[in-house]
Design a protein around this ligand. Structure first.
Ligand SMILES: [Zn+2]
Ligand SMILES: [Zn+2]
Length: 550
């Protein structure tokens, strides 16, 4: 009997993960993270609860569909539960590698590169890789051949008929699988509530041509560090419009290097410069590709926006383009960054103003086409909140109307155990699922949210710092106050006095925009005080900054 359990990504966007088991053999498909809301202080990332994998014994393989964080971000946390190799395409593996290195896991797991149409055997399973198009190169769907039939898992996809790298979605193979018979289809539901077709990555070129033509100063484009197609489009335009390209921000620099090394990003010689060289070129000769499209307070764009970036300054002739979707929940932070940029006099262009972003996920018509091609016996919508999953189910009902026998549509949620055997498929109980919050200060530590906070508090106590800032001038009012609970040190008084002084300096050294921006200054105070306490006391109390605007 085949057992399939979605461990994440159903009922939420992010942390996509699914387990397939036959007897003793388990395969894990994807291991993604979800990013926390900005108000979840001290939480860096969220991963699925891995209890089910623990119960199953170590998995025989981890198979990855593509290199987005919501599919590979939790790989270092899942590797301890995997005995066999990680199978993925070369770019996906290259994006996983630094994560494994960071966690000291690189020599504990073998990374096996695969190509579309390759097949690998894992116990009773044969996993076949099928090319799909998305917003990052080298994406695959999976056709898992099991003893009871073929399971198709689309991964993330859209149908881009003019892909930047010329690698088309393998419609032929999906059709072939469909005509040979597919037992169950698990398909991406992200954009089911958008009508029509999503459109090709190429669609942004026109808007960017206009922007290149009309910008007199520097051009700054913020995008996701994984948007390698977008990088290629912008590099080509820069070459065409005689601008040098600088990658700014750690993720952007790293990923552009990986993509170049593997041949997914081609930069004509003489076009690329370092971020430290930007100031040496006339403004109209430079394009900066940067991180920070979500308004992340510590990102390169946020630094530029408050005139605090070492190499890139913004001025009135410059144009800043946000070439990414605003992930729900980030609107406030993004708005804040736009305000800061506007204050520098630069123009800000986003999706709402010009067509500078295209989604990587297929809209309704593309998702229908996939259903038509694969025509499975069972259809299970994945990747989406419950409303997207149920809408996808409704659309599938229309696609399959009149077909005999009519495919069964199973609306599953995380942890639902799906059993498939000779008699058919059914939901058979619930596996333990949930969210685990990861705190970046303790690499690799996994604990439940409440437990994590409690443990922080229990072991190292709570430190609240109260800083009063004049709303108009941004200047410090009085001496910062530090209140502790459960945090006792030998030289506490001296330590706290030093800490208070440090906070005063942090505020004084911050520029006026940072000081009058609660989000920015809070984060800065939290990071600095945490670092100070760790260095001086070796402990990591829960640090909670409170800003009083006077
Ligand atoms: Zn993706
Ligand atoms: Zn995804």
């Amino acid at each position: 009997m085949l057992e399939i359990v979605p461990l994440g990504g159903l009922g939420e966007f992010g942390m996509n993960m699914l387990a397939l088991s036959w007897g003793e053999t388990t395969i894990v498909v994807d291991a993604g993270v979800m990013f926390p809301d900005p108000d979840m202080l001290g939480v860096d990332r969220i991963i699925p609860d891995l209890t089910y994998l623990h119960q199953k014994g170590r998995a025989a393989a981890l198979v990855l569909t593509h290199g987005h964080e919501d599919h590979i971000g939790a790989v270092p946390h899942v590797v301890p539960f995997v005995e066999g190799p990680i199978y993925a395409t070369p770019l996906t593996l290259a994006l996983v590698e630094p994560k494994l290195r960071e966690h000291g896991l690189l020599d504990q797991v073998s990374l096996v590169p695969v190509r579309p149409r390759d097949r690998v055997s894992v116990g009773p399973f044969t996993v076949e890789f099928v090319r799909v198009t998305h917003s990052v190169p080298d994406c695959v769907a999976l056709a898992v051949h099991t003893p009871v039939g073929v399971i198709v898992h689309t991964g993330d996809f859209k149908i881009d008929q003019t892909p930047i790298d010329g690698e088309h979605l393998d419609l032929h193979r999906f059709a072939q699988l469909g005509s040979e018979g597919v037992l169950a289809l698990f398909a991406d539901s992200t954009n089911i509530d958008r009508r029509g077709f999503t459109g090709s990555e190429r669609e942004v070129i026109e808007a960017f041509e206009e922007i290149f033509t009309s910008t007199a100063g520097r051009l700054i484009v913020a995008a996701f560090a994984s948007s390698i197609y977008r990088m290629q489009i912008l590099v080509d335009l820069a070459a065409q419009f005689d601008r040098k390209v600088a990658f700014v921000g750690r993720g952007m620099v790293e990923n552009s290097q990986i993509a170049q090394r593997l041949g997914y990003l081609r930069i004509p010689s003489g076009v690329q410069i370092r971020d430290s060289e930007v100031s040496g070129y006339p403004a109209q000769d430079v394009l900066c590709l940067t991180t920070g499209s979500q308004g992340e307070p510590l990102s390169a764009l946020s630094r530029m926006a408050i005139d605090d970036h070492r190499h890139v300054k913004l001025g009135p002739d410059d144009t800043v383009v946000l070439s990414a979707r605003a992930i729900p929940g980030n609107e406030k932070s993004i708005g804040r960054v736009i305000n800061h940029i506007a204050r520098r006099g630069a123009e800000v262009i986003h999706e709402g103003i010009k067509h500078v972003h295209v989604s990587g996920h297929g809209s309704e018509e593309e998702l229908k086409l996939m259903l038509t091609l694969v025509r499975p016996r069972y259809f299970i919508p994945i990747h989406g909140e419950f409303r997207q999953l149920s809408q996808h189910a409704r659309v599938a009902g229309r696609v399959f109307a009149g077909r005999d026998p009519k495919p069964d549509i199973l609306l599953a949620e995380n942890g639902d155990i799906l059993h498939l055997d000779a008699h058919g498929g059914r939901l058979a109980g619930k596996a333990p699922v949930g969210r685990v919050l990861i705190d970046g200060t303790r690499t690799g530590e996994v604990a439940d949210e409440v437990l994590r906070d409690r443990r922080h508090l229990a072991e190292d106590g709570l430190v609240v710092c109260v800083v009063a800032i004049n709303k108009q001038t941004g200047s410090l009012e009085g001496v910062p106050d530090i209140i502790t609970r459960g945090f006792v040190m030998e030289n506490s008084l001296e330590l706290l006095a030093d800490g208070g002084r440090l906070l005063g300096e942090v505020v004084e050294h911050a520029n006026i925009e940072e000081r009058t921006d609660q989000g920015l200054i809070k984060e800065k105070l939290r990071v600095e005080l945490r670092r100070f306490l760790r260095k001086r006391s070796g402990r990591r109390p829960f640090v909670l900054p409170v800003i009083m605007e006077i």
